[in-house]
Design a protein around this ligand. Structure first.
Ligand code: ADP
Ligand code: MG
Length: 301
């Protein structure tokens, strides 16, 4: 097969591993910097150009689109979809997952366990918003944050009010969430391929930190998840429409709650913690599933 990987950097662990796994299985791989792809959107014959060449003949595309380039990146991916190329994750699903508010609304619709979450626009409603999610301590999140940046723990009512008002004053979109204290600074990353959790790891925050992101100094270890956690993670990825996803769960007193669903989950942490060839499993999934025009939306999203 001819596989395109949309990635801004060939040297990143995840990109390297995908190139390796695909090449090992005899596929032809091209890595493209999504910001250097340009498109002809004319009716009937959509095309993508890269390095001044018309890019044709791809059977599948693996999007590894960074949070900072979601807008352009999903447009390029949509163009591949219009050309009939099979996307590992499709553009609409990636757009959904990048918006934390939209994600929690979609998950809530399907009855998936979530921390109590609120959203408001006006500073006049802040006091009531805080009450609604159960008061301090609470977590405040920028809607488009990633890697733990833009996630704040407000320990008191006053701290919560002033942080929320400050974000609102900057016109930053935020959501407010119940703090799952009993998780003890740990979360569970479930790596989903298709309808299975293929690997899971526990991430523990550094001492004095509540965010378990590896980028924030969290440490990863192997964990055995419960059947309830497994089915929650699989359902969450399905609701988002993602074939490959990193579903992050917190162990709360009322069962597993989904914190977020990542559409470009990193491979380094999970491969190291689990000792599994996750990149190889991704390529095998593509081999089993890639067909021309096989998406839920065909670029219509
Ligand atoms: P990001 O997209 O920046 O990773 P997350 O929503 O995943 O944002 O939050 C970052 C980290 O903060 C999580 O991995 C988790 O450790 C912690 N965290 C987030 N929300 C909560 C919450 N409601 N209760 C407890 N811890 C949380
Ligand atoms: Mg996260």
């Amino acid at each position: 097969m001819k596989i395109a990987i949309l990635s801004r950097n060939k040297k990143l662990y995840s990109t390297r591993r995908l190139i390796e796994a695909a090449t090992e299985r005899g596929h032809d791989v091209a890595v493209m910097d999504v910001l250097r792809c340009y498109m002809n959107i004319t009716s009937m014959r959509p095309s993508i150009h890269y390095g001044s060449k018309d890019q044709t003949g791809f059977n599948a595309v693996i999007p590894r689109i960074g949070a900072s380039v979601t807008f352009y990146g999903t447009a390029v991916l949509r163009q591949f979809e219009m050309m009939g190329v099979y996307p590992l994750n499709e553009s609409v699903a990636i757009s959904r997952s990048r918006d934390k508010l939209r994600s929690v609304q979609l998950l809530a619709r399907k009855g998936i366990g979530l921390p109590i979450t609120g959203f408001a626009n006006s500073p006049d409603d802040v006091e009531d918003l805080i009450k609604m999610v159960g008061g301090a301590p609470l977590v405040i999140k920028l809607l488009e944050g990633t890697q733990g940046i833009g996630v704040v723990l407000a320990e008191t009512q006053k701290a919560a009010e002033s942080v929320i008002e400050a974000f609102m004053g900057l016109n930053a979109d935020i959501l407010v969430q119940e703090f799952i204290q009993e998780a003890g600074g740990a979360d569970i990353r479930c790596f989903i391929i298709g309808d299975k959790v293929v690997a899971a790891m526990k991430r523990q925050a550094q001492d004095g930190e509540f965010r378990s992101n590896l980028h924030r100094g969290g440490s990863a270890s192997l964990i055995k998840i419960t059947p309830e956690e497994r089915s929650t993670a699989v359902r969450a990825a399905k609701v988002m429409g993602l074939n490959v996803a990193g579903v992050d769960l917190l162990r709360s007193n009322h069962g597993p709650v989904v914190m977020e669903v990542n559409s470009s989950p990193g491979l380094e942490g999970i491969e190291n913690a689990s000792g599994k060839d996750v990149a190889g499993m991704i390529i095998e999934f593509i081999e089993r599933n890639a067909r021309p025009n096989r998406t839920a939306t065909r670029g219509k999203g």
